[in-house]
Design a protein around this ligand. Structure first.
Ligand code: IPD
Ligand code: CA
Ligand code: CA
Length: 249
């Protein structure tokens, strides 16, 4: 199976169907609840229906944000966030994407994160490096005064003075792809709130681009393939920046 071709095909079909709803309230109509308790909006359902149309006939396991887990006892598992950054999408804030990860025997295999507006394709097969539109990408070299971070915390953290810019973009999987390409030095969530569907594809891309990924204690990040567990997660381009974050949180 060409997972990259399939992932992009699904991404393009979602793009065609849902982009007309960009910045429009109709797309935010609540039509249900996901297994993790979040609302499912019209655009989430429309996107996931396209995902399921393509993946169900393959009889692989599917872990997708709105529907949860479909277990077919396959060696292959697809982990999907049909739209990461739904709130951004419906409010017209241009940061959202499609997250598509493939695991083989529960181990990372391939990740694709696609941004509908820029049409940027971030992807990685494990062991083969990370790519943006076919060009190899690496995390940015950390320079203290130039660092740009994004973070989600329930506490007031004293980090703004320690970096050049602090932002919260509202699409965690996309923000991780930004770390992989060097537009961000770090992104983290210590609420804890992110789920495997949010980060699975970009986890693979970030690892291949040389990012460090840990929990809130600085230990190697571990996760399960489901849609309900929520995590503390730190993704950084450099140990020095990771240590600054760990001291503050
Ligand atoms: C959300 C976004 C957001 C993050 C939340 C996620 P969704 O994903 O990634 O940045 O803070 O934790 O749930 O719900 O738009 O797919
Ligand atoms: Ca998400
Ligand atoms: Ca989503």
């Amino acid at each position: 199976m060409n997972w990259d071709e399939l992932g992009l095909k699904i991404a393009k079909e979602i793009e065609k169907e849902v982009m007309p709803y960009f910045g429009k309230k109709e797309g935010a109509k609540i039509i249900g609840y996901s297994p993790s308790g979040d609302t499912t909006e019209l655009i989430d359902r429309m996107s996931e229906d396209i995902v399921l149309k393509h993946l169900k006939p393959l009889n692989i396991n599917i872990v997708s944000e709105e529907i949860g887990t479909i277990n077919n006892n396959s060696e292959w598992t697809a982990i999907i966030d049909p739209i990461d950054g739904s709130f951004n999408f419906t409010t017209g804030f241009p940061c959202f994407g499609f997250c598509f990860a493939i695991f083989k025997n529960n181990k990372p295999y391939y990740g694709l994160t696609y941004e509908f507006l820029t049409k940027n394709i971030y992807e990685a097969y494990v062991g083969k490096g990370a790519f943006l539109n076919g060009e190899k990408i690496k995390v940015k070299k950390y320079i203290e005064k130039e660092a740009v971070i994004s973070y989600y915390s329930n506490k007031n953290l004293n980090l703004i003075g320690k970096v050049r810019r602090a932002r919260i973009m509202g699409a965690f999987g996309v923000e991780m792809a930004y770390v992989a390409k060097g537009a961000l030095d770090a992104v983290f969530d210590i609420r804890p709130y992110v789920r495997t569907t949010d980060f699975a594809s970009s986890y693979i891309i970030c690892k291949e681009a040389g990012a460090i990924i840990t929990d809130e204690k600085g230990h190697e990040f571990k996760f399960n393939l489901n849609t309900t567990d929520r995590y503390n997660m730190i993704v950084a381009n450099d140990k020095k920046l990771l240590n600054i974050i760990l001291e503050e949180i």
